[in-house]
Ligand binder design. Structure first.
Ligand code: 3SL
Length: 240
């Protein structure tokens, strides 16, 4: 019997409860546009910790308690928040060494759903190789958990799931999950021009008036950072 570690992809939070992987596993949460890309940007720029909050009331209360809050719903910054959810929002020197609160439409809820994993890590194209190296070293089963859009399949998270699955398959991981195989096929379609491929995605078009081309370029550029955020208790911090 093969003892290779396995890869499974969940295309939506609605599917996470049905995953086949059990026992000890690591979950990689992915919300390419924009939560997990922005979390990587924040850590890369020196933020110390991020508290991912699912509900708006909680985010508002934490703002009243003095926290710096990043918060959007349907892409739009909330009126009580300090900043929204673009990677460039986090590139401020006054955030270095700080603890932030972060609440988004899909991403932060998905992070909080991943608490059943032995480790919940944050994935994006900007940290994909560092993440793959970490997972290869750990040699444990992996679930790639797409935040999707309001439970519906999205292209950008699924293409990323394929890219990460392929890096793991090339290093001894196996799968009996068609979603991982399908995601790899999607990645092969997207890989020659990732920006062009993801430009047709519904969320890129939904966000067109909110997300600059510069932010989108950052999102589709691989390996600009080696940060690997991990959920520890109620906070995201860097893996040690
Ligand atoms: O859903 C999320 O977590 C967001 O990243 C959505 S948005 O890109 O801010 O619209």
């Amino acid at each position: 019997m093969s003892t290779d570690p396995t890869v499974e992809v969940c295309f939506s939070p609605k599917l996470y409860g049905h995953k086949l992987t059990d026992g000890k596993f690591i979950t990689v949460v992915v919300d390419i546009l924009r939560a997990t890309t922005s979390i990587c940007a924040a850590f890369d720029h020196g933020v110390k910790e991020i508290i991912p909050v699912s509900g708006l009331d909680e985010a508002k209360e934490m703002k009243q308690n003095g926290y710096f809050v990043a918060c959007e719903r349907n892409g739009e910054i909330m009126d009580f928040a300090d900043i929204g959810n673009s990677a460039s929002d986090f590139l401020r020197d006054d955030l270095k060494g700080k603890t932030l609160v972060f609440s988004t439409t899909n991403g932060t809820k998905t992070i909080n759903m991943a608490r059943d994993a032995r480790e919940a890590l944050i994935g994006s194209f900007v940290n994909i190789q560092a993440l793959a190296d970490y997972l290869i070293e750990k040699n444990e089963n992996v679930v790639i958990f797409c935040a999707a859009w309001k439970s519906l399949f999205n292209l950008e998270d699924s293409v990323f799931a394929g890219a990460l699955s392929e890096l793991l398959f090339d290093n001894g991981f196996s799968t009996d999950c068609d979603s991982a195989l399908g995601a790899v096929d999607l990645w092969h379609r997207a890989k020659p021009d990732l920006k062009k491929y993801l430009s047709k995605s519904s969320h890129r078009n939904r966000l067109k008036h909110l997300v600059s081309d510069e932010d989108f370029n950052y999102t589709v550029t691989l390996n600009s950072t080696k940060v690997i955020p991990v959920l520890k208790g109620d906070k995201l911090e860097l893996v040690s």
